[in-house]
Design a protein around this ligand. Structure first.
Ligand code: OGA
Ligand code: MN
Length: 218
């Protein structure tokens, strides 16, 4: 009985936090939440942190390129992270837990902001010590499908001295966000330039983009 009550309480708390993120997005174009993957999602975060470590140790993370598909180029002077896309056909229980919660966020953003978000694409990312990602916008010149960017951080005991902060380039100035474990950052892909400052430790995250359906030109 208690378990059921807790589950209902959790679902309500997750939906309420998603609504807060939606109102931040509407007002400012970005939001930071330490609650959306809060205490009761601890197991998901811990398992995701183990999963990316295992992928890394097995050599399954690939240097990330700039651009899309066959035209993607390796440009370590622009970005130095290593990534692996979530395999939709073989999601681990933790990745499935992540997806499920992100579905709640997608539903709430669609309901509150009429964004018409159709899907989520997501990859694990590792920045080795010294790696960074220069100022950029999360959109390919050829496509406006990416609407909302999200990053969930998986790092234990991160402090300012470790570097690696995400910096959002806002009209009012730069906003630095530390990649602490369980923190979710959400922002408009079309509007907010951002960069990852050089990291002094291995920096782990799971980055996802909510996409709209492509507009068909007939
Ligand atoms: C990206 C990105 C931000 C971060 O992968 O496009 O900007 O904090 N990541 O990892
Ligand atoms: Mn980005």
């Amino acid at each position: 009985m208690h378990t059921t009550d807790n589950k209902i309480g959790d679902a309500e708390a997750v939906a309420a936090e998603a609504a807060r993120i939606a109102s931040d997005l509407a007002r400012c174009g970005w939001s930071v939440s330490d609650e959306f993957f809060g205490a009761e999602a601890r197991e998901i975060i811990d398992a995701l942190a183990c999963e990316i470590r295992t992928l890394h140790l097995n050599g399954l993370l690939q240097p990330a390129g700039i651009g899309r598909g066959a035209g993607a180029e390796l440009r370590p002077e622009i970005r130095g992270d290593f990534t692996k896309w979530l395999d939709e056909g073989a999601l681990s229980p933790a990745s499935a837990g992540y997806r499920k919660r992100m579905e709640t966020l997608r539903d709430v953003l669609n309901r509150e902001l009429f964004l018409g978000l159709a899907s989520l694409e997501a990859h694990f990312a590792l920045y080795p010590p010294g790696a960074f990602y220069r100022l950029h916008l999360d959109r390919f010149a050829s496509s406006d499908e990416r609407a909302i960017s999200t990053t969930l951080y998986l790092n234990e005991d991160w402090s300012e001295a470790d570097g690696g902060e995400l910096r959002l380039d806002l009209p009012e100035g730069r906003m630095g966000i530390l990649p602490v474990r369980g923190r979710l950052v959400v922002f408009r892909s079309d509007a907010i330039r951002h960069e990852v400052a050089p990291s002094r430790r291995e920096r782990f995250s799971l980055t996802g983009w909510f996409r709209r359906r492509p507009v068909l030109v007939i």
